[in-house]
Design a protein around this ligand. Structure first.
Ligand code: C2O
Ligand code: CU
Length: 665
């Protein structure tokens, strides 16, 4: 069973234990002895099962259980044991007719076990990893306060009952006096407040984490504003100039459907930017009427940091009427895309994106086919109001290709959720992932490909003399059809693709040497992804968190140029998090402890599914301050975003006009 499933099972068992303890407590208070016995037995049993589920999760990683092992279970164990000792013998006696009903003590102790179970679950759901001392203190005090309040309430009817001589008064224990009660409660509140205060005072202290490497030095500062791109193309290259103007527009899709989009140049996707390796790209961004401002981020392209388009970090947002010129050499070959990085959960979603494709210069032609015979399509997949739009077309897109022609389909996921891609009707190779070529990828067919948010796959095949279908999310009516030339666009039946197995890229292609020693990292950062209550842009929210915090309160990761850096990314939540680092591709080392055994896999976005743990590494060779975030853009907006900072690099753009880094997404 996957760790993700065990997380769910553990949540369910935890919930059942809460229900069982409360059921036992309430039935005891109502003097329903048999019910109380049954519920109590169930509570004990479920609590023991919980120990098992937590133990299994612990085997998957300490991150999944820390707060359960250190707080939730001990608290529940103690309260549960007390409940059994206090209420158990008496219940059994009652059952044998030797006593009547439950004592206040019994009721309070069983309900307290319920509070403990609930507190543990709440801590897991709202706080998670890492557990702090203040969280533990607050939780314990709240359970204590709950017990005292319950004692107070439960004791009252008992006093009255004793007065009127009706039911049984509590055995052997007088109700707690008001003075003592107030004293205890007051004490608990003080402890809680002190704990919370201590916890909060720790918050701003660490703005940087060093991952085990040395801390900030006093090296002379470089501003990201000075880390700009080259002014000239490589020899033989040309300068390619583009003007992209961000503006609102109503875009008509081929089906006739109209969307209210935010666009670059009135088009969705924006103008396709292409270059030959070594060309200089000069892109002038203007903004007509996107009030919040826009930028251009070159997703997956390792531009100099000053060209990266991260508002509040590498530049100010481009407000209506303003402009910003990006300039960089297209040295990196492959399939990329660009998008706004300001409030991108809105901007990209509404259409502020386009493709960037760089082809090799000069290199020997792969085969004898002339360029005219080749089919090379950039296919950004985007969803507008539930409609999948591929390269600007909704519904089904038709293309033709001469049989025998080499075809390259460049799939780009510009959405925030993964897409499932199936290529039916031909064997093919996945020759590149996230723009980087794989080493000797084998031919595959009848497989599904899971394309993470932000990710790219280049699929290559020779056109057969029968039709080929690209199916997205198993929707056989949409997608793309490639027909051999002359073939009438008649019915080509496509089998159901939903049952096809998923190609595991960690076992695809052939291993090859990589340029650095991944085992001896200079720095190692662990990012535990979850949901929880945290500050996001200074406001409390039910956030998407990294190590329990939301942007911008997540400490920067400090690196020094030349460092080998390792990331461990753990997903404790029930949602997929496509992790994305700017400015550097990362090499996948392992997933859930299983090493990558195929081609070296260099990616800029990897899907960390619920319960998964990924290990990746890279060499820090591109100085700057780089966003490091979840590419589910609403998640980034809800806090799941931090910065990787090179020692000595500063930014002048953290001020108000940039909207602050907190508004980067
Ligand atoms: Cu494609 Cu920070 O983003
Ligand atoms: Cu996410």
């Amino acid at each position: 069973m996957t760790t993700g499933l065990w997380i769910i099972v553990d949540h369910v068992v935890a919930l059942l234990s809460v229900a069982a303890w409360f059921a036992a407590g309430v039935s005891l208070a109502l003097r329903r002895t048999r019910l109380a016995l049954a519920a109590g037995a169930a509570a004990v049993l479920v609590t023991l099962v919980r120990v098992v589920t937590v133990a299994i999760l612990a085997g998957r990683g300490w991150w999944f259980v820390q707060e359960k092992v250190l707080l939730g279970l001990p608290l529940l164990g103690a309260a549960g044991a007390a409940a059994v000792l206090l209420a158990g013998p008496q219940l059994l006696a009652t059952r044998r007719g030797r006593a009547a009903g439950g004592s206040a003590r019994g009721v309070v102790s069983v309900l307290t076990a319920g509070y403990a179970a609930l507190a543990g679950l709440v801590v897991t759901l709202l706080v998670g990893y890492p557990l702090t001392l203040s969280t533990a203190l607050i939780t314990i005090s709240l359970v204590g306060v709950g017990a005292l309040l319950t004692a107070r309430v439960v004791a009252l009817p008992a006093e009255k009952a004793a007065d009127t001589g009706v039911a049984q008064a509590p055995v052997g224990r007088r109700p707690i006096s008001r003075r003592r009660f107030l004293g205890w409660t007051g004490g608990a509140v003080v402890v809680t407040a002190a704990g919370a205060g201590a916890g909060l005072s720790f918050l701003p202290a660490e703005s940087v984490t060093t991952g085990g490497g040395r801390g900030r030095s006093s090296r002379s500062a470089v501003s990201v504003a000075d880390l700009r791109g080259s002014g000239s193309p490589a020899s033989g290259g040309t300068v390619r100039r583009h003007v992209l103007t961000a503006k609102k527009a109503t875009v008509r899709l081929p089906s006739g459907r109209e969307i209210d989009a935010w666009t670059y140049n009135g088009e969705v996707p924006g103008p396709a930017i292409t270059a030959t390796q070594g060309d200089l790209l000069e892109v002038r961004l203007r903004n007509t009427d996107i009030e919040g401002g826009v930028t251009l981020h070159w997703h997956g392209y390792d531009v100099p940091c000053g060209e990266d388009g991260a508002p509040g970090v590498t530049q100010l947002t481009v407000a209506p009427g303003e402009e910003f010129v990006y300039r960089f050499r297209a040295d990196q070959v492959g399939t990329y895309w660009y998008h706004t990085h300001h409030a991108s959960h809105v901007g990209v979603h509404k259409g502020l994106y386009g493709t960037l494709v760089v082809t090799p210069r000069g290199g020997p032609r792969a085969d004898a086919h002339s360029a005219a015979e080749q089919v090379d399509l950039a296919l950004p997949v985007h969803t507008f109001d539930g409609t999948v739009v591929i390269a600007g077309s909704d519904g089904q897109t038709q293309h033709s290709a001469p049989p025998g022609a080499p075809v390259r389909l460049r799939l780009i996921n510009t959405d925030s959720d993964p897409h499932r891609i199936v290529l039916a009707g031909t064997p093919f190779r996945v020759v590149a992932v996230d723009g980087r070529d794989l080493n000797r990828p084998g031919e595959v067919r009848d497989v599904g490909l899971r394309l993470p948010a932000g990710g790219r796959y280049d699929l290559v095949f020779l056109m057969p003399d029968t039709p080929v279908a690209l199916v997205v999310d198993d929707d056989r009516d949409g997608g793309l059809r490639l027909r051999p030339q002359g073939d009438a666009p008649a019915e080509a039946r496509i089998e159901d693709t939903s049952g096809l197995p998923e190609l595991d890229l960690l076992r695809y292609g052939t291993p090859a040497a990589v340029s650095f020693d991944t085992r001896n990292a200079d720095r190692h950062f662990t990012m535990v992804l979850d949901r929880g209550v945290a500050l996001v842009d200074g406001r409390p929210a039910y956030a998407q968190t990294v190590n329990g915090r939301g942007h911008p309160a997540i400490p920067d990761q400090l690196v020094v140029e030349g460092d080998v850096v390792r990331f461990t990314v753990v997903n404790r939540s029930l949602e997929t998090h496509p992790w994305h680092l700017h400015g550097h591709p990362v090499l996948i080392l392992s997933r859930d402890g299983t090493p990558s055994t195929g081609s070296p896999l260099w990616v800029d976005t990897f899907d960390v599914r619920p319960g998964q743990t990924w290990e990746v590494a890279f060499r820090a060779t591109n100085p700057g301050i780089w966003m490091n975030h979840c590419h589910n853009l609403p998640h980034a907006h809800q806090g799941m975003m931090l910065r990787l900072r090179y020692d000595g690099v500063t930014t002048p753009f953290g001020g108000s006009h940039g909207g602050g880094p907190g508004h980067g997404h």
